[in-house]
Design a protein around this ligand. Structure first.
Ligand code: ADP
Ligand code: MG
Length: 729
């Protein structure tokens, strides 16, 4: 009897829902574990408070003396909440978050003068060993030391009994070793570029803030069941398992009533989020069984990125209390939907305007069209970089397959806006007659309905869709750190807006055009140039693959292919021009992502080989022996007639042998390919070998294992089955 599997199932069946402590109203508890404005006013001196505010709003430096005062206030606040430790909280290039806890507690070496201490220097800077985090060669070229530096734009928070201070992580020579530093630089680049363009429409605009609202999809699996599967434990996904008879075909899970155990988990999680100031708002079932989604109210992008990273951490911790494991993998189960993380993105001015929302007047609509069309142009110019920004071994399961947005980047804008662009394209070259201007104002720009929100038919197959007052980057993977896609998107739009400003200004200065004439002229050309990126049809269809090829859009199905765009001259120039990353930083990230890809496939290959040989084959042989015993018995009883009577059993015995042979020979061949790949010296070649030579064996081996799962006695099958993983709650 396969005890582990059945024990796990029994444990799961006996679960009680875990009661959740009722807290006060959300509006009351929101942000109470965050060193936010309210806490700062209470615990900081007026000078210290002003210094933080100025650093947040204008990026000014905080001097050491004030840092001491800020640290003191922060410590008092934290101690008043029972905190004992502090940590710099950062996002190294592993994609996860990192922390190293230090106690506030200090004493002299002889044990006298025990005291709780936390000074400005501990707040502002720390020195973790950079060599233990991925650095893509930056360490070798320069120095092993790295340091974390306080990012005042993301407030400190308390988790458990630890004060967490969001920081950037940079090498001693200043190269970014994390995802946050380039993101902050990209956000500052787009602020600068977009503010300049927004000033065409309103002189009072001083700052543009990109906004992000992510939607996190995930699977919840009972922790005992998850632990019974070595593949889930080690790779975050199932590497084999026959489809459950019932999957998502009845479409009865999506938006269905949330199971009580799960609901309690969500309530507990939402309470934690409220305390941490993460403004979660929406929760619902997703399409696949045991798949769910969580979405917050959108925020400033840097904070939203931090909140998503923090949330993923908190989700796993709260799940432990409820005996769940959260699967963030993009494709944990074959045959049912995978998970994504839609990145809803827009830009807001300090005057309170959403630059991607149509306005009430023709002028505000022209402003909307300007930012709208520039975004389309940016995506058109850098589509392959957008694709590269979401590439990972796990996201390949969605993008390369017939699920979720395809690997081709295109933009969906809906019927109404398509019409508006068609009309704008007819604008006269050069100066416009007064009649034409009036016509444009009344009939084109003036006619954008402010109810676009409801009218944009939601094309779910588009990787980058306009949804009324924001763009939605849908191809981002559920396990991704949003910083990577957001750094790319904000950089390409920043660059595009810079170019736009130059073109418009040139038309005004050299051709003597009026401002609005110049804008109309430039936008007209953009509309003509960027047609290839607009696509309103079914992104999952084969026709689109062919059509996209005709349009010369890139279509990279695998990560090693897609990543190359990151180190193209075009990409390097972009990041360098904007000051987002220098070429060393770009190359380092490329190297790290290739390595990560290789390691992931390598681990999956080993785990699959291990499970196939050490779980599946022994179980199959045990069952085959039972059959053999049975056949022998039949022969004893029936003599020469046995062949007819034992016919089916004999077929089964042969079939099992066939699959065992299939598993063995393919695991051997895969191991050989791994050995060959490991001998390659370039990271690029190694990743390609793992992708093209090693990975193809996964499906073949799985096929044999899954067939055996169907043949072998359920009682002795050791691996928890899909129906148990997906339908036990
Ligand atoms: P769905 O895409 O599932 O239909 P919604 O359109 O309601 O969901 O919104 C999805 C997400 O978009 C929410 O998390 C919301 O916070 C975010 N969002 C809404 N407006 C903006 C904006 N201006 N900038 C960024 N994100 C936004
Ligand atoms: Mg969405």
């Amino acid at each position: 009897m396969s005890t582990f599997r059945f024990q796990s199932i029994k444990e799961t069946a006996n679960r009680r829902t875990v009661e959740v402590k009722e807290l006060d109203k959300k509006s009351v508890i929101f942000g109470s574990n965050v060193f936010n404005d309210k806490a700062m006013r209470q615990f900081l001196t007026p000078e210290a408070y002003k210094a933080v505010q100025s650093a947040v709003q204008h990026g000014t430096k905080i001097d050491r003396k004030l840092a001491d005062y800020i640290a003191m206030g922060m410590k008092e606040w934290a101690l008043s909440k029972g905190v004992t430790h502090y940590t710099h909280w950062f996002q190294p290039l592993t994609g996860a978050t990192a922390e190293k806890h230090d106690a506030f507690f200090e004493t002299s070496f002889d044990g006298s003068d025990p005291v709780e201490k936390f000074g400005g220097s501990q707040l502002v800077q720390q020195e973790p060993d950079a060599s233990s985090f991925p650095n893509g060669g930056i360490r070798n070229t320069f120095e092993a030391r790295g340091y974390t530096a306080w990012d005042p734009t993301s407030p400190a928070f308390i988790f458990g009994t630890t004060l967490c201070i969001p920081t950037v992580f940079v090498s001693y020579t200043g190269e970014a070793l994390d995802n946050k530093a380039p993101l902050l630089r990209a956000l500052s680049a787009i602020d600068e570029a977009a503010t300049e363009v927004a000033k065409y429409f309103d002189k009072n605009v001083k700052k543009v803030t990109p906004t992000l609202g992510w939607e996190q999809e995930y699977f919840l699996i009972d922790s005992a069941l998850a632990a019974s599967r070595p593949d889930i434990t080690l790779t975050g996904r199932t590497l084999l398992g026959h489809a459950s008879a019932k999957g998502q075909q009845l479409e009865d899970h999506y938006f269905g009533s949330i199971p009580t155990r799960v609901l309690n988990y969500m309530r507990d999680l939402e309470n934690e989020c409220m305390l941490l100031g993460i403004p979660v708002k929406t929760r619902h079932n997703e399409v696949a069984p045991n798949q769910f989604e969580l979405a917050p109210i959108f925020e400033e992008t840097n904070l939203a990125v931090d909140h998503n990273s923090l949330l993923m951490d908190v989700m796993q911790k709260v799940a432990e209390r409820h005996f769940f494991k959260v699967l963030f993998h993009e494709k944990p189960f074959k045959g049912v939907n995978g998970s994504g993380k839609h990145n809803n993105w827009s830009m807001a001015t300090d005057t309170g305007i959403n630059l991607l929302a149509p306005g009430k007047t023709p002028m505000s609509n022209l402003q909307f069209l300007t930012f709208f069309i520039n975004t389309i142009k940016a995506v058109y110019t850098y589509e392959e970089l957008m694709r590269a920004s979401i590439a990972s071994a796990s996201n390949d399961h969605r993008l390369g397959a017939n699920e979720a947005p395809p690997a081709i980047i295109s933009v969906f804008i809906g019927q109404q806006l398509t019409k508006v662009l068609e009309n704008l394209q007819k604008v006269t070259d050069g100066k416009l007659s007064p009649e034409e201007k009036t016509d444009l104002k009344l009939n084109v720009v003036g006619k954008i309905p402010d109810v676009l929100l409801d009218n944009t038919d939601r094309n779910r197959t588009s990787p980058f869709a306009f949804t009324g007052n924001k763009f939605e980057f849908r191809a981002v993977g559920s396990s991704a750190n949003c910083a990577v896609s957001m750094t790319t998107l904000n950089s390409i739009v920043a660059k595009q807006l810079k170019d736009f400003k130059n073109e418009v200004d040139a038309l005004i200065e050299k051709k003597g055009l009026k401002k609005d004439e110049a804008i109309f002229n430039v936008l007209r050309e953009y509309i003509k140039q960027t047609k290839a990126i607009l696509f309103e049809g079914d992104g999952y269809s084969d026709d689109w693959q062919k059509e996209a090829a005709k349009r010369k859009l890139s279509n990279f199905k695998t990560t090693p292919e897609a990543l190359k765009a990151k180190v193209s001259k075009k990409a390097m120039d972009l990041f360098e021009e904007l000051g987002v990353m220098n070429h060393v930083e770009v190359e380092a990230r490329y190297e790290i992502e290739l390595e990560e890809y290789t390691k992931k496939i390598q681990i999956e290959g080993r785990v699959l080989g291990d499970i196939a040989r050490n779980h599946v084959i022994p179980t199959a042989i045990r069952y085959q022996n039972t059959l053999i015993e049975n056949v022998k018995g039949l022969k004893e009883i029936f003599g020469k007639d046995f062949e007819k009577i034992a016919k089916e059993q004999i077929i089964l015995i042969k079939e099992i042998s066939g699959h065992i042979e299939g598993i063995n020979s393919n695991v051997d061949a895969m191991t050989e390919e791994r050995k060959k790949a490991n001998n390659l010296t370039s990271a690029e070649k190694m990743a390609a070998a793992y992708c093209d030579k090693v990975k193809p064996y996964f499906d073949v081996i799985r096929e044999h294992c899954d067939k055996l799962e169907l043949l072998v006695d359920d009682e002795i099958w050791t691996l928890t089955k899909y129906r148990e993983l997906l339908f036990t709650r």
